[in-house]
Design a protein around this ligand. Structure first.
Ligand code: PLP
Length: 370
């Protein structure tokens, strides 16, 4: 039998061992996904507390047994309205959403086509579905088209073909060519799922993401994302048509066989979405983008930032770890991202910006990096 000690030693010698860091509030945090600082927003905390008083600490059962309460319904209506869809479903996490949705949609005989840099939850869902898995190089729409051509030629009348992309990529911070991907998906009669995990709150006139920014929300079959990043709370969502949502209620195992998220979490998430869409959200987004510009200028970056995620490429895992540790000594929390989260020899520091950062800390971090 393989011993766990040996496996851990091998990870350590490759500079790939992970550990859970202690939170240290004295560090300037450039690693969270709290892009708008909503995890500390007083109105969201109040919505949480009031819902705990009203509904209790937990949901007590799965949604289909007796776990559905008013805040769950309200959250789902809020998401559907914001995304312009007929229906929405909330899940315990974004991970549970990806896995539940993709395995409900696809099975043997179907095809799933993903961007190479898609998040682990999307890859896991695709693998678990049993569908034939095809991958196109990152943002390479010509290759996507050739995979669509092959898949549609081979498909029979019953099979489903699903294209999956993130709108903003979690470790690279760049945007997908979403208009072209949605055009191709329509042209070949395929379904499109877009994960807006890192675009929600950050992009779009009301912060609903890249599809909203591009005016193509109605071209996307499945909008998914998480409420644990810019929304500052927790949970995942799917926004889609009524009939697809109904299929998920009947098929998505992570929805059916899991205790519903606490109603107070749903109430807080709905409040976060309300704030993201109103003038406070607009103001926070302006602050965030100003902070991103400040970092770009101070670090003398020449490339344009498409999101609040700025990868500082290092290459070697050991070097990335050392750099992260040096920054920690200088008072900054910036994690090293290594294989298998990113491909080998593309280790990096993942710098994330927030509307809460002050100019002085941003400039100091840029100065250290330079
Ligand atoms: C692109 C993407 N999708 C999905 C998820 C999963 O969301 P959650 O953290 O709510 O499980 C993440 C989180 O890391 C993500 O980055």
């Amino acid at each position: 039998m393989r011993l766990p000690e040996d496996e851990l030693a091998a990870l350590k010698s490759a500079s790939l061992l992970r550990h859970i860091p202690d939170t240290d509030s004295s560090l300037k945090n450039f690693s969270s996904n709290d892009y708008l600082g909503l995890s500390q927003h007083p109105e969201i905390k109040q919505a949480y507390q009031e819902a705990i008083e009203k509904y209790g600490a937990g949901s007590t059962a799965s949604r289909l047994i007796c776990g559905t309460m008013e805040p769950h319904r309200n959250l789902e209506e809020t998401i559907a309205t914001a995304k312009g869809t007929e229906a929405a479903l909330s899940f315990a996490t974004g991970y549970a959403t990806s896995v539940g949705v993709i395995t409900s949609l696809l099975g043997k005989g179907d095809v799933v086509i993903l961007d190479k840099l898609c998040h682990a939850s999307l890859i896991d869902g695709a693998r678990m579905s049993g569908a034939t898995l095809r991958v196109f190089p990152h943002n390479h729409t010509e290759k996507l088209e050739s995979l669509l051509q092959t898949a549609t030629t081979k498909a029979d009348a019953n099979s489903r073909i699903l294209v999956i992309t993130e709108s903003i990529f979690s470790m690279d911070g760049d945007a997908a060519p979403l208009k072209e991907i949605s055009r191709l998906s329509k042209q070949y009669g395929c379904l499109l799922l877009v994960d807006e995990a890192h675009a929600l709150g950050v992009i779009g006139p009301t912060g609903m993401g890249l599809a909203e920014e591009l005016g193509i929300q109605d071209q996307i079959d499945f909008h998914m994302g998480t409420l644990g990043k810019a929304a500052g709370v927790a949970g995942g969502y799917l926004a889609t048509s009524r009939v697809w949502a109904e299929l998920m209620i009947n098929r998505a195992r992570s929805f059916i066989y899991s205790t519903a998220p606490p109603p107070a979490q749903a109430a807080a998430a709905a409040e976060a979405l309300r704030i993201i869409q109103n003038e406070q959200g607009q103001w926070l987004r302006t602050q965030l983008w100003n902070n991103i510009d400040t970092f770009r200028a101070a670090s003398e970056m020449t490339s344009h930032c498409q999101s609040a995620i700025i990868p500082w490429m290092v290459g070697d895992s050991d070097k990335a770890l050392k750099l992260s540790s040096q920054l920690r000594d200088k008072g900054f929390l910036v994690p090293a991202i290594r294989y298998p989260t990113v491909s080998r020899q593309t280790a990096r520091l993942r710098i994330t910006m927030s509307s809460c950062h002050d100019t002085e800390s941003i400039q100091a971090l840029a100065h250290c990096l330079r």
